[in-house]
Design a protein around this ligand. Structure first.
Ligand code: DX5
Ligand code: ZN
Length: 221
């Protein structure tokens, strides 16, 4: 399956989000980091802004909810039209019920794991999800360094997904750049979030194309 590059608008100019979305029209989706100031120390944007982005985005929205009460809030993001809604395993009270609600609302359900959260308790739940997000930094901020210590978990996730025969995407998020994307691709990721590496570039489309090329070549190994 073709790899995907989803730029994170966390590194975009928040005063010009419509224009910033237009810069990434060649991407597979726009990654939208929703932070509530509780699950993570940072505070970004919420449902009303996602609804506004949804109305003008040239690409689907991939919402990453770093919030304390996803059971309460996540389905509304799917109802707002987000193509993907990913919530954190550490925060969800009833992840299976929640994933089903997201899917029922028309979204693709994603489960995110912080770097120190083990994969194994969730392997039997993979069929409930369309995507597993293996965080490659501690969530909360853009521009952090890629954590290589997460690669063994990514490899185990790839093996579990392949063994299951399920159609589950494996996303990496945090510190993904031209310098690190091949390592993530070789370990089994097929959806790549990149914030500073895309929005920090003068030519965002060229940065997206370069990341896609590097990941595709590394996946082919
Ligand atoms: C971090 C966010 C990421 C962030 C990635 O908590 O989930 O999506 O925007 O930014 P970079 O690519 O700069 O590490
Ligand atoms: Zn994110």
């Amino acid at each position: 399956m073709a790899i995907q590059v989803n730029p994170s608008i966390l590194s975009a100019d928040f005063a010009n989000l419509q224009a910033e979305l237009a810069r990434i029209s060649t991407a597979d989706a726009a990654h939208v980091d929703v932070m509530d100031g509780h699950f993570v120390p940072n505070l970004t944007l919420g449902l009303p802004v996602v609804e506004a982005l949804q109305a003008v985005s040239p690409v689907p929205l991939d919402c990453h909810l770093m919030i304390e009460a996803p059971d309460r809030w996540a389905p509304a993001y799917a109802e707002a039209g987000a193509a993907g809604v990913t919530f954190h395993a550490e925060a969800a009270a009833a992840p299976v019920k929640l994933a089903r609600e997201i899917r029922r609302a028309g979204g693709r359900a994603g489960l995110a794991l912080r770097p120190a959260t083990p994969l194994e308790p969730f392997v039997d739940l993979l069929g409930e999800f369309d995507m597993l997000l293996v965080m490659t930094v501690e969530p909360g901020f853009g521009g952090q360094s890629f954590l290589d210590v997460t690669l063994p978990k990514l490899r185990r996730a790839r093996r579990a997904v392949d063994a299951s025969g399920l159609d589950v995407r494996l996303q990496v998020d945090g510190g993904v750049s031209a310098a690190t994307i091949e390592r993530a691709a070789e370990a089994g990721a097929d959806v790549f979030v990149a914030g500073s590496a895309v929005y920090g570039a003068d030519d965002a489309a060229a940065a997206i194309a370069q990341l896609r090329e590097l990941a595709t070549a590394a996946c082919a190994h």
